[in-house]
Design a protein around this ligand. Sequence first.
Ligand SMILES: [Zn+2]
Ligand SMILES: [Zn+2]
Ligand SMILES: [Zn+2]
Length: 181
Amino acid sequence: MKIFCRLRNYIMSHWPFMQFLFPACSRILFVPVAPRPAILLFGKREPVMCAVCGRELKHKYKPREDWRIEGYLCSDCQIEKTKEFASRPQQQQQQEPDRCAMCKAELGDVAVKPRWQWEMEPGTLLCQPCFGRKEAEYNKRLNFCATCGAKIGFIRYNPKPAWKIQGQMCRKCWDERNQRK
Ligand SMILES: [Zn+2]
Ligand SMILES: [Zn+2]
Ligand SMILES: [Zn+2]
């Protein structure tokens, strides 16, 4: 670098003479001294773009966590998103809250999904007490005769659909019902 500077000073001090000798020199030497490569590499940061509109950011705004936006926003988009999300909770309040499918009580955070064996509509939610009731009912239906209430063992009988009986039956009840017609 020092050698280059000295050379440059030398050339500049003899400028008219050099220009006379090498006309092409005038073009080369008037190129401004370039910044050192190190400054070029580290001085310039990666540009940051707005996560919504894609503009390059001069001032970065961090989006709120519940907006679920990765990266940063420009001021316009920040204002836009603030407005958009400020109006959202009101819309949610107008929506019907989840209700228990059995007792119709409003469900908070304790909504429970029914077991698939209960064959309830998909998307059905229950409150905790109703879940317990339903489970007891299901276990009863699973282990006791639907007609006489006697405990049934491994061998049980499915009622015919026309009988419109929920659950299963003991052999005695099934035979009785079947003979009635
Ligand atoms: Zn933007
Ligand atoms: Zn309930
Ligand atoms: Zn029975």
